[in-house]
Write a protein that binds this ligand. Sequence first.
Ligand code: CIR
Length: 266
Amino acid sequence: MAHRPGLSFRFTHAITRTPADSVANGLRAVDAGDPNAEAFRAEHGRYVTALQEAGLEVDVLPPLEDWPDSCFVEDPAFCLPEGAVLLRPGAVSREGESREIRAALERRFGKVAELPGAGHVDGGDVLLLDDVILIGLSARTDREGAEAFAGILAEWGYRARVCETPEGVLHFKTACSTLGEDVILATKVMADSGFFGKRKVVVVPDGEDYAANVIRVNDVVLVPEGYPETLAAIEAAGFRTVVLPTHEARKVDGGLSCLSLRFSPT
Ligand code: CIR
């Protein structure tokens, strides 16, 4: 796979989905109280505006009451300039989400592939970099799914590497993000993993692990509100930031990356 500068952060479009009232039943590892759907929708509105201000055309899909976690659109699909791949989320309560997002992807892409076989992959476990795609095995993404997905990526000309997400971390990207230009933001455990080779790694300060999930969108990095040391570290590394509230998403283990699919269709 050739190095394609900007592949991982230069985007023209995004897809999001408004949180449903049923998001109060969303999956979570530790119960810190239910998210309030109305407050979540207000935070989501600010997120959509931030993507638009970063230069993206944003498709906002309607809420799906039958699928409580369906606002986390990153998980049922993965997008590249050439096309989109419908994944197979690893949680039973999310299995219908790929079907539900297909039409939105077909509006934007000529090519929409399906993950072959019976394995599982959540998009939250897939980190797109400019020269490699890292796929993290997790409680949601199994080896069969990861290998089937890597096979599609290879057909499309991309190199993938399968990694082990550290124990207790929901998704690979719960604990790391690309800041672009070969700089990674990662928790200490992830930074020590060796997954990132010679790339520069900005380590998330102690006590702020949630802030490892940020998104670089064109010229800015969107950062969750309430993590001042991580914000300072990202700015010190030379990146412009926009801070957004994610208090409701966090109650159901969601972060900034999970709330959109970002892409530049060719
Ligand atoms: C779940 O557990 O599946 C949702 N409550 C949160 C999904 C977060 N998605 C992501 O990190 N990509």
